[in-house]
Design a protein around this ligand. Structure first.
Ligand code: TUI
Length: 310
């Protein structure tokens, strides 16, 4: 399936894997790219040296294009921005901030610059300074989130910019992919379903928690601190939300989530760790390989998009 995004990135199918901290390591990114989508290494809160090694490992595993996501709240963001320019990765995506200062350096290195945005204003600003595309990410997503839903954000961003828009948030099956195209997107970015794939390095407890998640299992902590984060509910979220409602201090609250994602991903502590996942977790029913998932998504979406309505 050809779209402006498959052309821009030189990939076969318009499916991008989200750059999830701790989760999106080179085996996942290479598997997604090998299956025809765009795999992404998530730099998260990692040091620049780790990111460099991940890029080099991915290059050994696949000849296809792949990307790196830079979480801009990472104190090492400056150093990571330089590493991706030196390594000339095909695509850089950014999250949790405004990547403006780095854009000229990346463009000079021939990198496609694709910021994740949660508002029309930032999308317009980044188009003006040379972004090649944007990911419009709705609040259904896992992890650090904005306010607007995918259904409302995507068409508003599509109307506001001329560069291609990638839809993210709440998409986990072919129906979601087809719906994103109806909203004007040229591709989708998915995280949650990829967390539970065979090539994902997360602890099996994390995968199982997603596979058995129900619609109402999604919670947002940190709305009062200005850093809302969506995870699957567990002992940590119950305690956190109780303390947050009682007006606990920022320090008390931050103590509860410090290192929480690593605890869940690496140690498999799905009771007290941060089991980041989007609202689409309730749609994820089986652990597939990346290739099986991408083929299934595209077959389902194509069938829906070809449907005759009258
Ligand atoms: O970045 C994400 N999702 C993330 S980052 C992350 S790492 C983390 N770990 C522990 C605690 C907290 C975070 C987990 N999930 N998504 C992309 C995204 N970016 N969503 C929303 C935004 C965003 C929000 C505001 C982007 C820009 C922005 O405004 C920046 C500005 O300066 O205008």
């Amino acid at each position: 399936m050809k779209t402006k995004i498959t052309e821009l990135f030189g990939i076969d199918v318009p499916i991008i894997q989200g750059g999830m901290a701790w989760v999106a390591q080179y085996p996942l990114a290479a598997a997604v790219s090998d299956a025809g989508g765009l795999g992404i290494i998530g730099a998260g809160g990692a040091p620049a040296e780790w990111v460099k090694d991940q890029i080099q490992q991915a290059k050994k595993l696949t000849d296809k294009p792949f990307g790196v996501n830079i979480m801009l709240m990472n104190p090492e963001a400056d150093a990571i921005a330089k590493v991706v320019a030196e390594e000339k990765v095909a695509v850089v995506t950014t999250g949790a901030g405004n990547p403006e200062p780095y854009v000229p350096m990346w463009k000079e290195a021939g990198i496609k610059v694709v910021p994740v945005v949660a508002s029309v204003a930032l999308a317009k600003r980044l188009e003006r300074i040379g972004a090649d595309a944007v990911v419009a990410e709705g609040t259904e997503s896992g992890g650090h989130i904005g306010e607007l839903t995918t259904m409302t954000l995507v068409p508003q961003v599509v109307d506001a910019v001329s560069i291609p828009v990638i839809a993210a948030g709440g998409i986990a099956d072919g129906r979601g992919v087809a719906a994103a195209f109806m909203l004007g997107a040229q591709a989708v970015q998915m995280g949650t379903h990829f967390v539970a794939t065979k090539e994902s390095i997360v602890h099996q407890n994390y995968k199982n928690r997603i596979l058995k998640a129900k619609d109402i299992d999604s919670k947002v902590t940190g709305r009062t601190t200005g850093h809302p984060v969506r995870t699957l509910r567990n002992r940590m979220t119950s305690q956190y939300l109780k303390l947050e409602a009682e007006g606990a201090t920022l320090e008390e609250l931050e103590k509860m989530t410090l290192g929480g994602l690593k605890k869940a991903v690496v140690d498999g502590d799905v009771d007290y760790g941060s089991v980041m996942a989007g609202q689409s977790a309730g749609l994820v029913k089986e652990e597939l390989s990346c290739k099986e998932l991408i083929d299934k998504l595209m077959n389902e979406a194509q069938e829906l998009l070809n449907q005759q309505w009258n």
